[in-house]
Design a protein around this ligand. Structure first.
Ligand code: FES
Ligand SMILES: [Fe+2]
Length: 371
């Protein structure tokens, strides 16, 4: 059977890194016995939960003639396509039944697969593993096996709170990510009386070091002009507060703040939906302020405000980007963005040659900027 609908994508594609886990949907929005559409890396997906509540993700196109599977019927175990009634196991995509076959027609139904993807629930999100594009002949292959589990937020105590925020941005994943790691926009985009003003700009010096697939802003005492850290000082003396920020391919930004036995961790991802559209998901876990009334709400409000400021900025930026302007990255404030592009290039090169990835940083680096 010729493959009529496999996407003709260029591979490797630097905007759509495959072989990684991506956040697809918030877990609390996915209920049993219902089907949900999602798009990751321009791949249409249908997502749901089986009878036991385990999540699954399939390609939202029937391998027979491309009918979207989310229009089909789901009984909690198999998904039946709405066009000719072929049935598929939702976890591995294997075809279970082709109703049009007569008893003496011996087409091997179990050799046919709908596209399906490894799927896990982790820290409030349904994660989907997007494998490297397989050999032609889709429709006949079982799902790929991911090397690792979906990323998790690091937690430092048994009890904690968890909350998430999302924002859609009309820009490519690259602009989403470099906007996230860019220290210089803070005083201009994130102004607020309770936070900081542009007059609080001062020179900063931060140490960075290479880590596998990424880089780390080494543990440091946080900057004096930011509100969460002002709050944290209620809990511990300023010198004992440390924060570490990691960026790891393809899209993971982890921030960990520790103040004695108290901690705050967040994992932010920028997910490519299409080439010109990404989504930011921030999930935070913390054991601070758990018993203080309203503090979690205040924290969530502060974060939501930040994310909204970034979203609005990128919405405006998208207008300028439509005209394909020449862009630049400057030292030192844009150096993390340069590392991001170098990491991706090194990753793609390693995939191409099969050799070990050559990390673009050879050792620790100190960067200086004003923000
Ligand atoms: S298109 Fe799905 S069964 Fe025919
Ligand atoms: Fe920002």
């Amino acid at each position: 059977m010729p493959d009529l609908d496999a996407p003709q994508r260029q591979s490797p594609d630097a905007l759509m890194l495959t072989g990684f886990w991506y956040r697809a949907l918030p877990a609390d929005r996915v209920h049993r016995h219902q089907l949900y559409k999602a798009t990751l890396l321009e791949i249409p997906l249908v997502i749901g939960r089986d009878r036991l509540g385990h999540p699954f993700a399939m390609r939202d196109a029937c391998p027979h003639r491309g009918m979207p599977l989310h229009c089909g019927h789901f009984d909690g175990e198999n998904l039946e396509c709405g066009y000719h009634g072929w049935q598929f196991d939702v976890h591995d995509g294997q075809c279970q039944l082709i109703p049009s076959l007569t008893a003496d027609q011996n087409l091997k139904v179990d050799r046919i697969y709908a596209g399906s993807y490894p799927c896990e629930e982790q820290d409030s999100f349904i994660w989907v593993f997007i494998p490297d594009p397989g050999p032609p002949g889709a429709g006949f292959t079982a799902p790929a096996e991911p090397a690792d589990e979906a990323p998790q937020i690091e937690k430092f105590s048994e009890n904690y709170n968890l909350a998430y925020l999302q924002a859609e941005m009309p820009v490519s994943i690259d602009h989403g990510i470099i906007g996230l790691m860019d220290p210089a926009h803070g005083p201009f985009v994130h102004q607020a009386w309770w936070w900081r003003s542009r007059h609080s700009i001062h020179e900063k010096k931060k140490n960075f070091e290479p880590i596998p697939n990424g880089f780390r802003m080494s543990a440091h005492t946080p900057s004096s002009n930011s509100a969460p850290y002002k709050l944290l000082r209620l809990y511990a003396d300023a010198d004992s507060i440390t924060t570490t920020i990691d960026f790891v391919l393809p899209n993971l930004r982890t921030e960990t703040i520790r103040a004695g036995k108290y901690w705050f961790s967040s994992l932010t991802t920028v997910t490519p939906i299409t080439r010109n559209h990404c989504r930011i998901d921030v999930v935070a876990a913390w054991n601070l302020f758990r018993w203080v009334p309203l503090v979690p709400e205040v924290l969530k409000f502060v974060f939501a405000k930040f994310v909204e400021q970034d979203r609005r900025t990128m919405e405006l930026q998208a207008e300028g980007l439509q005209h394909n302007p020449h862009l630049m990255l400057i030292d030192d404030a844009d150096r993390p963005a340069k590392w991001y592009f170098q990491l991706k290039a090194a990753h793609l090169e390693a995939r191409r040659t099969g050799a070990q990835m050559k990390h673009p940083m050879s050792g620790p680096v100190t960067l200086r900027w004003r923000s």
